[in-house]
Design a protein around this ligand. Sequence first.
Ligand SMILES: C[S@@+](CC[C@H](N)C(=O)[O-])C[C@H]1O[C@@H](n2cnc3c(N)ncnc32)[C@H](O)[C@@H]1O
Length: 325
Amino acid sequence: MEENTDSSFPNTGLGLSGLEPDDGAEPVLHGVHSVRSASQSTLDPSETRKFQRLANKWWDEQGEFAALHSMNDLRVPFIRDNLLNVTGGRQWGRPLSGTRILDVGCGGGLLTEPLGRLGADVLGIDPVEDSVRTAELHRSFDPVLRERVQYRACPLEELSEEEAEAFDAVVASEVVEHVADLDTFACCCCQVLKPGGSLFITTINKTRLSYALGIVVAERLLGIVPDGTHDWEKFISPVELERLLESSGLVVQSVRGMLFNPATGSWSWTQSTAINYALHAVKQGEEPQPERARSPAETEDHAVSSDARDEHLVKLKKWQLPCFT
Ligand SMILES: C[S@@+](CC[C@H](N)C(=O)[O-])C[C@H]1O[C@@H](n2cnc3c(N)ncnc32)[C@H](O)[C@@H]1O
């Protein structure tokens, strides 16, 4: 398989590593929740500092997180449809009813809220306490969400000890490119998933094109995201991410390329995973059973047969796509 990546791209030293110089000193983090020693933590202090500064900007649809708002047009249906394929569940209006989702690195809850509106019980976690406060405040305006969406300021590794095999799905959207230890992060995601549960990741590939468009154009020239948001060295190719997830006990089901159009501010699916991509993986083991009882009509008309589910689970590597770099 042709790998859609170029991890040999040199570090140009053009300030790729964030907003603040890394002087090697132990950082003091205000409003950032941390419980473990640095060697076991997924937290990168320079990354959490960036989001600390933007913690009250999450719900400005024209602001720094505008591209995340519009990304919901792709990622919400991607999560919903893949979950329904795996579980065979359907409930019109609230299709994710009975599904427990963990949104890791939820920020201000831009993705957490729509998942709650689809009927899921969602726990959003983020290490930046001020972002969690923003998310809680925004949720408080919607009585429906108050029942279904909870937030907590904590790192994933803290939760993985308490909530082993507790979630039907884990979502980490635009997060893995900000974590310090991706192996620990993947292990923790796997640990909190029920056997057969789904992991959804959206992130940025490590290619020349992602450097040119994602950092030079999007950050420095057009200011679509704040300059210094991304460190190219932390980007990861779909192939490398699949390898890492499989070593944690997850099987990748599908990967789809995503393309942002700066002229319209909108996203579309694309054949190429050279810049942004969405990935769905399933934890090996038993498949989760939908918790609610279905009516006979629903079972006949809409439930996916176990044969169809098995077929879905063996559809691997359907994303061998052309390399754009
Ligand atoms: C680009 S934002 C994405 C927010 C949200 N997932 C969305 O798409 O709207 C990245 C988020 O990851 C969080 N984050 C950074 N390091 C993290 C870590 N090690 N574990 C979990 N979340 C982290 C940041 O605080 C920030 O809220």
